[in-house]
Write a protein that binds this ligand. Structure first.
Ligand SMILES: [Zn+2]
Length: 431
């Protein structure tokens, strides 16, 4: 799996580049990656918010060139940056979104009753962040353990009474946990599978950690929604893989895990939650929901390379439409502000080339980001009060997946007639 690439000093640069490009292999099945899904150019790491004193320094940009595997149809980014670099100091605190907290608390109610969890069970969450989800199990008296590599967010979880192992998860961590008596009745992985560079090691770890009759549930954005709705801004360096049901099922099967149920959920613009069990556990038959979604993906062409080849054109058109709208508004002298400073906003702004010439500032509820600047575009981030002071004519909603919540929170902007812009799937003004 870890091919090392040797640089030959005598080899011309162009030939070296060509060879390096053709050496990239699928992170699941090792097939050489020869087909582009979409190329979003060069972008900085989307969670590296800059303090003022770094604005004059060099800023690293990496390619956002997404490929698709012709063998297993896994849509993926190469690992341009090591996960240690990305995740050890992470600015994303899950608890700053009301919608996400509500989603988590509903999930805990549903799964505890479905699996009959109680004081003798153990629920383990992989990438448990600041304890936003496990806290609801703690309230119900169900024992929990979080696994989280980012030291700063793990500390916040511990303060909430959520025991947290500060580690990256994989086969080795799983073996250690089982040896320590921490095998799980329930393993939860929300928006983490996409962020795992070594997919086989991570899924193998789930297989090791899960008790014989246990269940793992994983949530991740659904590739079918990403393609149908132009959600190219959910592509960033932290997201290595983009999954269809068909592909992810193959990955689990390779690790002796059966995908026996699936829910379609609205989070992150359209996600799926899959339910896994050991292949030996005959007590949980594969549901009709799995069969139906598999059929729908086949009908949508997700096992044909031609389907994947059309995505890039859609993305370029979405960029043109957003720029067209912003150019029109700025020519008319309108003030445009942003709302939110999410990772996806940074992909969108960098790919479209939108800086303070179009968007004067943005605001965010997370105080960690106040006084900092968006990576690449250097748009300043303020607290939400700035909207009331500056009274912009238009507000570009960057976390468009939360647009209903945001439009409700910002009801007061109607006092001065401000309107909202939703950039995805195609730029649209909302009154
Ligand atoms: Zn593959």
């Amino acid at each position: 799996m870890s091919d090392t690439i040797e640089l030959d000093k005598a080899e011309p640069i162009a030939a070296q580049t060509k060879r390096l490009l053709t050496t990239a292999r699928c992170r699941f099945c090792q097939t050489p990656l020869r087909h582009t899904f979409v190329d979003l150019g060069m972008s900085p790491l989307c969670e590296s918010y800059l303090p003022a004193d770094q604005l004059n320094a060099m800023e690293p940009f990496y390619p956002l060139h997404v490929k698709v595997c012709e063998e297993c149809y896994l849509v993926q980014l190469e690992e341009y940056v090591s996960p240690e670099h990305i995740f050890t100091e992470y600015a994303y605190f899950s608890s700053y979104s009301d919608t996400w907290l509500k989603h988590s608390s509903n999930y805990v109610e549903m799964i505890s009753s479905r699996l009959g969890l109680g004081s003798q069970s153990l629920a383990v969450e992989l990438a448990s962040n600041d304890g936003y989800l496990l806290q609801y199990f703690v309230e119900k008296g169900i024992p929990v353990l979080g696994v989280e590599p980012a030291v700063n967010v793990a500390k916040v979880a511990e303060r909430k009474g959520v025991p947290t192992l500060v580690k990256f998860f994989g086969c080795q961590t799983a073996q250690q946990m089982v040896a320590d008596g921490q095998a799980a009745d329930l393993i939860i992985g929300n928006n983490v599978l996409a962020q795992v560079p070594d997919l086989n090691d991570f899924v193998g770890g789930i297989q090791i950690l899960l008790k014989p009759g246990g269940v793992a549930t994983l949530e991740f954005p659904h590739l079918e929604r990403l393609m149908a709705e132009n959600q190219y801004d959910t592509i960033y360096h932290e997201h290595f893989s983009y999954f269809s049901l068909i592909t992810v099922e193959k990955i689990f099967a390779a690790h002796r895990l059966v995908l026996f149920d699936v829910d379609e959920i609205p989070t992150h613009g359209g996600s799926i939650r899959v339910y896994l069990r050991h292949i030996e556990d005959g007590s949980k038959p594969v549901s009709a929901a799995v069969v139906n979604l598999r059929e729908r993906e086949l009908a949508a062409g997700l096992v044909r390379m031609e389907t994947y080849a059309t995505f890039a054109d859609q993305v370029m058109e979405s960029k043109r439409a957003l720029l067209e709208l912003l150019i029109q508004l700025r020519r008319a002298g309108k003030v445009v502000a942003g709302y939110g400073a999410p990772g996806k906003g940074n992909t969108l702004l960098n790919y479209c080339g939108i800086r303070t010439d179009f968007v004067e500032f943005t605001v965010d509820r997370n105080p960690y980001k106040h006084g900092r600047f968006l990576p690449g575009t250097h748009i300043p981030i303020h607290s939400p009060e700035r909207i009331r002071q500056r009274r912009p004519d238009y507000i570009l909603i960057l976390p468009w997946n939360l647009k209903t919540e945001i439009v409700a929170q910002l009801d007061y902007v109607r006092e001065w007639g401000a309107k909202f812009i939703v950039p995805i799937p195609i730029a649209q003004v909302v009154d």
